[in-house]
Design a protein around this ligand. Sequence first.
Ligand code: DAH
Length: 337
Amino acid sequence: MSLADLTQASLSRVASAATAEELEAIRVEVLGRKGTLANLSKDFGKLSPEERAAFGKDLNAAKQSLESAFDARKAGFDSAALTARLDAEWLDLTIPPAGQRPGSLHPLTQIQREIEQLFTSLGFAVLDGPEVESEYNNFDALNIPAEHPARDMQDTFWLDGGFCLRTHTSPVQVRGMKLLKPPFRMIAPGRVFRNEEVDASHEHTFYQLEGMMVDRNVSVANLIYFMKTLLSGIFGREVTVRLRPGYFPFVEPGFELDIQCLLCDGAGCPVCKQSGWVELLPCGLVHPNVLRLGGIDPEEWNGFAFGLGMTRLVMMRYGIEDIRQLQGGDLRFLKQF
Ligand code: DAH
């Protein structure tokens, strides 16, 4: 085969090679040390000097054109391979790693943090109290002496030595009055315990958030303002509230604060039992006895207090129908939040 024919035939084989391996095989066959091109130059010695010069030139030109054809094809295969690999192996950095999933905050924790943020922005300190509390702080200091019938309102887990599992967060008021000098504002979120028969709406363990503000000339109007601010913040919209008289020994006057039902805007629906109102927040002006027992002169200072049922609030906000789901530890439930 002449050099020109060989070059032509090889170039078209290069052009039609289907894979990088096939291309490489052709390269070895044509340009390799024992390839067809090398074979052709074997007879070099038999040529005359003029023929040798001319043939050498042709040979080099053929070699160069073949090499650049090979290189171009090779580059084509390489980049196609790279593209295919990038398509197959691309890395999505937004996919969470398999196995451990990022956790999420429990809905109670979420709501607690929101309320804390809101109240700290209003100048309230966030206090913590122990879950095992003295009988004195849980009851007596809140104007509920032994034998007071109000003790029966809260089924209590009694412990030895004058202690109990706190039945409400109100004892943190007692601690707050000793810790902070008036004027002060404080909230105290936390876990409380009642010796309850457990069902869809009663748990032996639930969460409250206590609030107390002590200053000069605190009025019910101040109380309403803060409660409206709190509830509007939590529900993300303006809420309408009303006060009804309510009895708690540690406040006087004491109220049940209702909000106009957010589902029916007061028209009446199953959630508000057709009344248009939902009972949400017991509160009142701090009883002078409580201030006195807390070392604060009720002639000079007064204040308001409230006890928000955080568990109840979470259930309302997310439409949770069974209180037991909140502490049940079922991840399928918790992962929704
Ligand atoms: N401690 C009460 C309870 O758990 C709730 C409560 C009512 C707290 C009135 C208050 C308040 O601070 O002023 O039943």
